[in-house]
Design a protein around this ligand. Sequence first.
Ligand SMILES: Cc1cc2nc3c(=O)[nH]c(=O)nc-3n(C[C@H](O)[C@H](O)[C@H](O)COP(=O)(O)OP(=O)(O)OC[C@H]3O[C@@H](n4cnc5c(N)ncnc54)[C@H](O)[C@@H]3O)c2cc1C
Length: 389
Amino acid sequence: MIVNSLPGHVGIAIVGGGPVGALLAQRLAASGHDVMAIEARTGTPADPRALALSWASRDTLLEAGLWSDALAATPIEKVHVSQAGTLGRTELSAAELGLPVLGFTVPYEKLAALALERLKTGNVPLALGHTVTGLRQLDRYAQLQLAGPDGAAMLTAGLVILADGGKLVTQLGDIKQTVKPYDQHAILARITPSQPHRGMAYERFADDGPLALLPSGDDFMLIWTQTPEQAAERLAMSDEAFLSAVEARFAGRIGGFTRVGTRASWPLALKTLDSVVSRRVVLIGNAAQTLHPVAGQGLNLGLRDADTLASLLTATPHNRAGDAATLARYARLRRSDAGRVTFFTDSVIHLFESPNPVFKHLRSLGLLALDHVAPLRRGFARRMVYGAR
Ligand SMILES: Cc1cc2nc3c(=O)[nH]c(=O)nc-3n(C[C@H](O)[C@H](O)[C@H](O)COP(=O)(O)OP(=O)(O)OC[C@H]3O[C@@H](n4cnc5c(N)ncnc54)[C@H](O)[C@@H]3O)c2cc1C
């Protein structure tokens, strides 16, 4: 529900109406808390990402009214993981977990558009087109400076939830952010296979970096991780040369590709915080942790942040939402899942980047073990779908 004039004070301010902030706002709408959402953008961002969301994330979004046909979601039936130049490979399937599908891919643009639409039409007041430019913490509340269509404004809140993707954290003096650049870029491109993908996603660990192919409509969304120099070269290649290079990395496993769309490149870094809570502020989604996209876990994790915080706040008396005890409880509840998924994602990158033949052999054995030991494989797939709680 778009507000025309801002109040001076709210109980809870959610900064950011992306998928994570919108989920939290939707979940808190019926809680009776005095909530307001603040979103800088007024339209849909141009963003080529296609996101792999687990079956569990789909459920979470569906329950909050953030899933619809407008997302044009593509089911993922199986995930094929392999390492180039070795026998190591395994396949994760929905049937093994007793699920209809492992998950879905959705275009980020469509999810962001649906999130904004729900905020505009939902019960939570929305300061649309307002950017939070400053954040100060006082004893009993936090103070936000905003820039909006009518100029600058000030708002205080008993609790501020940052779901802004990670921009405002630098304003919190008591939280230390660690940024670890991977010295890698991801090339994103939509590519059309010559044969139907049948809901199969691929993760391929090639010698010069991992590639993921996510089924998206009739196409694949390619996410190809490589050094910045290689990325620059491959962005400049002809379409034919680019598609041949991708095909060569899969050594004939998929068949050919007929078309590649616009290619974009994305610098990659791991961003973590020493704490996801500050005095009257809590950080969720990418504001709390930004991961390498190799395992497709960033938004899945962020949605679990929002889900946990929504359940906690719904059960918390209104005057205690921003208390230190409430925020400390949230931090405790999220520590294990966030820590393990972050560690797993970062480890995959380092484990698969070493060219040492001994490591390559061990990786191959690891994939073969997953393939041959069903309980191990099921446990791994379950974690990818439900998180590491
Ligand atoms: C190449 C790539 C591929 C990925 N693939 C996957 C995948 O397959 N699966 C997966 O789970 N994750 C994936 N991710 C991660 C995923 O995109 C993010 O985890 C997710 O978008 C985070 O959502 P969010 O709502 O926290 O932040 P965002 O999506 O960044 O949304 C933040 C919102 O806050 C608003 N905002 C920002 N600053 C302000 C401000 N100061 N005032 C008001 N509003 C503000 C923005 O306009 C925006 O709407 C991928 C990431 C990349 C880069």
